[in-house]
Design a protein around this ligand. Structure first.
Ligand SMILES: Nc1ncnc2c1ncn2[C@@H]1O[C@H](COP(=O)(O)OP(=O)(O)OP(=O)(O)O)[C@@H](O)[C@H]1O
Length: 603
């Protein structure tokens, strides 16, 4: 069992190494080749130096024993030594430079791949803790993972060349001394592999804890929480929790490191014994006159270097094994399958829609959730019609919209536009027809103009449509007061940015929805932060503002929904009432009761 654990090399994952190397080769083909040549040159330098050194020592020794020394036989060797050293230094510097350039290019490429994946994986992943673990580990690998593989490959190549030359030299002295090289290397490598495995398991087990610690770090340092942390006095609590998690991680890491240090010590003892055994043998041969003093230096150095090279080769492979485990994190993320995908043969959405959007007996359960969020939903949104969804918190209103935009697909039932199932329509095309502003809308720390333009990046950035959309949502009056108006940065993250109030941000986000050239506009809690006057302004001429678009309003302010053509009341994921405001009041059910409670508060 232990042996299986130690050598449980996952052969299925070997291809990660190949993929990583391919990414490096594709991103930096010429740099990779150039570095390859430099590595070969670098690994030949030690043996050349050693032979020059041996010849030098032998000539100096002969000079000592002869009547008159001849420096002219020694001088060229000193020059040659200097040239070889210089070559080594230039070669090393060039390799370092290339490695830096390659690193930058490859990590940029990987971040590009990572970002592209992050924007198209199912939304489901973003609402799932496991996904964050995978993303966290993948991000950790993106900047350096593949380049480490290249470094290892070069290390193995360089060490192998060096090993061959050094071991060949030692072989001239005695074959068994070459065998002696393996005595200290094998236990060292076994220890190394064993701990690669232990640490890998530990990282997998502890990713969630690492993320929790990162979360507290973010709470303590990010602007989103700064107000609450001060007002509720949460600083000490979060600092304590952060330290507890970090201490726990440190304790476990220390335990592993201690075990490793003991094992490393034992292997070092073995290497020292083997090393000195070899040195003793070489010294004995010198004293006996079997080899020269130059040979003594040559073999001593060759043994030391051969040992380092053999270790370099084994260690390089062990590191590759280790890197492969980490690369798995990166490729695991890049290989995430999307379930919400484009159809093979997408159908176009009619423009304008003729019969409208229809939900037919739609059920939905969030992945991994035991509860059904939507049950048997059937409703219709006709062209130009305004419908409202009302209901208590958690009744399923936002979920219904997420399904309509295909952020998720229904568990059963169908959503259709003009009788075309939305799963048969291209994702981008579908989303182009719908503009949604969710209650947790995004605040982009960009200019006011860009904040609106992001609603339709196909529109010209400098066009009049942006101001028109801003006027429709009431954002224009806010933007006019900014020092640089539409060119003013919003938010405080960058210099000269102006922070807006929540309601002002909301107006900007509604303008974004208006700019989109869509057939349906969805405002999920659009007026929650607007003052009553602003709300009145936005909805007073809502139908005119819509310019023939259909609309879905989600709101808790029932005064706003009065103007909808049809109101759907949701409760526990079901539609429990439907009709116009007057019809629902006459029905005297949930809607009438909620409306009465709210109206009472305003009286
Ligand atoms: N990502 C998710 N994973 C699992 N369950 C979820 C997820 N998002 C929402 N739910 C659950 O689905 C149900 C419906 O949530 P939804 O957000 O649609 O409610 P809502 O009517 O929009 O509420 P609110 O008025 O508070 O915005 C709730 O029970 C909620 O707990």
């Amino acid at each position: 069992m232990r042996a299986r654990h130690l050598f449980n090399f996952d052969f299925q994952r070997v291809f990660y190494l190949g993929r990583a190397l391919r990414i490096v080769l594709e991103s930096t083909p010429y740099w990779t080749m150039f570095r390859f040549v430099l590595v070969i040159v670098q690994s030949c330098i030690p043996i050349v130096s050693l032979y020059i050194m041996k010849t030098l020592i032998d000539r100096v020794t002969i000079g000592f024993s002869s009547e008159e020394g001849d420096f002219s036989t020694v001088f060229p060797l000193i020059v040659a030594m200097g040239v070889v050293n210089l070559l080594g230094a230039v070669d090393g510097a060039a390799m370092g430079l290339i490695a830096q350039v390659q690193n930058q290019i490859v990590s940029d490429r990987l971040f590009d791949m990572l970002h592209r994946k992050a924007v198209c994986v199912d939304l489901e992943h973003y609402e799932n803790a496991d996904y964050y673990d995978v993303l966290h580990r993948a991000k950790g690998q993106a900047s350096s993972g593949p380049m480490r593989i290249v470094g290892r490959a070069h290390q193995i190549l360089g060490s192998s060349i060096s090993l061959l030359t050094m071991a060949g030299t030692l072989f001239l002295l005695n074959g068994w001394i070459v065998g002696l090289l393996f005595v200290p290397v094998i236990p060292r490598i076994l220890v190394r592999l064993k701990f690669v495995h232990i640490i890998h398991l530990w990282i997998e087990r502890r990713t969630a804890t690492q993320r929790q610690a990162g979360y507290y770090n973010n709470l303590l340092t990010s602007d989103n929480y700064a107000k609450e942390i001060r007002l509720f006095g949460l600083g000490d609590l979060f600092i304590r929790r952060f330290s507890t998690l970090r201490r726990q991680l440190l304790k476990e890491k220390l335990q592993i490191s201690t075990r490793r240090a003991v094992a490393d010590f034992l292997t070092t003892v073995i290497s020292v014994v083997a090393m000195w055994g070899a040195y003793a043998y070489i010294a004995y041969n010198t004293v006996q006159g079997n080899i020269t003093v130059g040979d003594l230096v040559l073999y001593n150095q060759a043994f030391r270097k051969a040992y380092q090279s053999l270790w370099g080769v084994f260690n390089g492979f062990a590191s590759l094994y280790e890197d492969n485990q980490y690369l798995a994190y990166l490729f695991e993320f890049l290989d995430l399958d999307a379930t919400v995908v484009d159809p093979i043969d997408p159908k176009p959405i009619p423009r304008p829609m003729r019969s409208g959007i229809e939900f037919e007996n739609v059920d939905f359960q969030y992945p991994g959730s035991a509860r059904q969020a939507l049950k048997d939903i059937s409703l219709k949104i006709r062209p130009g019609e305004v419908i409202a969804l009302v209901g208590e918190n958690g009744s399923g209103k936002t979920t219904l919209i997420k399904l309509l935009c295909r952020l998720y697909d229904p568990s059963s039932g169908k959503i259709a536009i003009d009788d075309i199932d939305i799963r048969d329509v291209g994702l981008a095309e579908l989303r182009r027809q719908i503009s949604v502003i969710f209650q947790d809308y995004a605040k982009y720390h960009l200019t006011a103009r860009e904040n609106i333009w992001l609603g339709n990046v196909d529109a010209p950035l400098e066009g009049d449509d942006i101001e028109k959309a801003a006027r429709r949502s009431g954002a224009h009056d806010v933007i006019e007061t900014l020092p640089q108006q539409y060119d003013n940065l919003l938010g405080k993250r960058f210099e000269k940015g102006e922070e807006l109030s929540i309601g002002q941000w909301q107006k900007v986000s509604i303008a974004r929805a208006f700019l989109r050239d869509s057939q349906l506009i969805v405002l999920d809690e659009p007026t929650s932060a607007l003052d009553p006057k602003a709300e009145y302004e936005v909805f007073k001429k809502f139908r005119e503002l819509l310019e023939g678009q259909s609309a879905v309003l989600i709101t808790h302010r029932l005064s706003t929904v009065k103007m909808a053509d049809c109101i759907y009341v949701l409760d526990g994921g079901r539609i429990v009432e439907r009709g116009s405001h007057d019809e629902l009041i006459a029905l005297g059910g949930t809607y009438a009761r909620l409306f009465e409670i709210q109206a009472k508060n305003y009286r």
